[in-house]
Ligand binder design. Structure first.
Ligand SMILES: CC(C)(COP(=O)(O)OP(=O)(O)OC[C@H]1O[C@@H](n2cnc3c(N)ncnc32)[C@H](O)[C@@H]1OP(=O)(O)O)[C@@H](O)C(=O)NCCC(=O)NCCS
Length: 387
């Protein structure tokens, strides 16, 4: 595919040299490694990494060819995560003797076009605070600094985190949420609850002892295999015990996921836990509404200042059919902003703040927030207690 260097170019582009942009192929690997070696001292992408990104479904590696012989003089790599409206401009480089001619700018514009094609309207990147050339280029191209990682690179320099919203109405809402990464595979519920409680009350400490205490209080004990996760009633009760108002919406009456538990004696335990939670919730005056609900019900409550924990299926994110709790921190006309306590298996290059207030297209979220064949839905809303 030959992409014109004019595509997506801004009017600032001065006399662009004769360059063509296209997706990288395996035959470009030598040239890519050469650009990498001549552009970076440390943290270089390896040949193997480049090879993995060529033709990857979740990455777009664009090369810039210059001159009549089509020498590859630059590249930009943008990577995606399925169903997450956030792309990462992972690396960009131009051969030293071709810099300052607008090739970097053209590569950025192309990376942005490809991100929009993929359905990701926000691009984030990290750049060393020392790399003033690159920072200037990104700033001039509309990227804004939103965070800083101290002592991030091998040379101890700080990383600036920069972001550009490519679609004007996809506003990134300011969120009061601090990220907490679940430290165990079955503690998404506690981690989500901790983020939600902390957003309402900054005195709530985000630490492992709370994570484990919440899990012990809210777990249904058994799941398909291994440890049980936390159900909506258990989470609502745990919040209530810590001085929050809680409300539960669930599409189903009775215990959730009990049918995924194989052994009958374990199913019995899940049921016992559920009915005990239900009785405690009733005693505590926690409102529990049974029946299907939609984004509108969640949005209406968050607009009233409540924090929402919503059960989603990780299937649409990671391909695993695992029920998973996330925090919903905001809405706009296009997106639902979700904070996900699970960074995912590919910890690199995604990090904590990539999981904070991540925009997900409304229709995608609507599909995610229904688990399994039965389209099970559950949400817990918490709020500060009145008075
Ligand atoms: C950062 C990098 C990719 C920029 O590539 P580039 O091709 O030089 O970028 P551009 O030419 O588009 O823009 C660079 C400068 O040239 C200017 N420029 C653009 N077109 C021009 C033209 N036709 N004539 C003269 N100058 C031009 C730009 O305005 C910009 O100048 P300014 O920053 O003073 O305003 C390149 O410096 C590089 O490879 N650095 C090493 C790797 C690196 O640090 N990557 C980023 C890490 S995330």
């Amino acid at each position: 595919m030959i992409l014109s260097s004019d595509s997506g170019m801004t009017s600032n582009a001065r006399h662009l040299p004769d360059i063509r942009l296209r997706l990288a192929e395996s035959s470009d690997l030598d040239a890519l490694c050469d650009i990498e070696n001549r552009s970076f001292e440390v943290d270089r992408l390896t040949r193997r990494a480049f090879k993995r990104f060529v033709g990857s479904e979740t990455a777009r590696l664009t090369v810039a060819e210059a001159g009549k012989d089509g020498t590859v003089v630059g590249y930009a790599l943008v990577i995606f995560r399925r169903n997450v409206a956030l792309a990462r401009l992972y690396s960009i480089a131009v051969l030293p003797d071709h810099r300052g001619q607008g090739i970097g700018r053209a590569l950025i514009a192309q990376a942005e076009e490809l991100s929009l094609d993929f359905g990701t309207p926000i691009i984030r990147l990290e750049v060393s605070q020392k790399n003033t050339d690159a920072i200037r280029l990104f700033t001039e191209n509309g990227y804004r600094e939103f965070d800083l990682y101290p002592d991030y690179y091998p040379d101890h320099s700080n990383a600036l985190r920069m972001e550009k919203v490519l679609v004007p109405n996809a506003m990134h809402l300011p969120s009061p949420i601090h990220f907490y990464h679940q430290t165990l595979p079955f503690t998404c519920g506690p981690a989500a609850l901790m983020m939600a409680m902390n957003a309402l009350d900054g005195d709530i400490e985000l630490d492992r002892s709370l994570e484990i205490a919440l899990w012990r209080e809210a777990t249904t004990i058994f799941m398909t295999s291994g440890q049980g996760g936390c159900g909506p009633l258990g989470l609502a009760l745990a919040a209530y015990k810590r001085g929050f108002e809680a409300e539960v919406l669930s599409s189903r009456d009775g215990p959730l996921f009990v049918d995924t538990v194989r052994k009958p004696q374990n199913r019995e335990v899940v049921e016992l836990v559920h009915y005990d939670f239900a009785r405690q919730a009733l005693d505590a005056g926690i409102a529990v509404t049974t029946g299907p609900f939609g984004i509108a019900e969640i949005e209406e409550r968050t607009k009233r200042g409540k924090m929402a924990l919503v059960l989603i299926s990780q299937y649409r994110i990671y391909g695993d059919k695992i029920p998973h709790w996330v925090v919903v921190s905001g809405f706009d006309e296009r997106f639902v902003y979700v904070s996900d306590p699970d960074i995912g298996e590919d910890h690199e290059p995604y990090t904590g703040s990539d999981c904070l207030s991540v925009p997900i297209l409304r229709q995608e979220f609507d599909l995610m927030a229904r688990y399994g064949r039965d389209k099970l839905q559950a949400a817990v809303f918490i709020d500060k207690k009145a008075g």
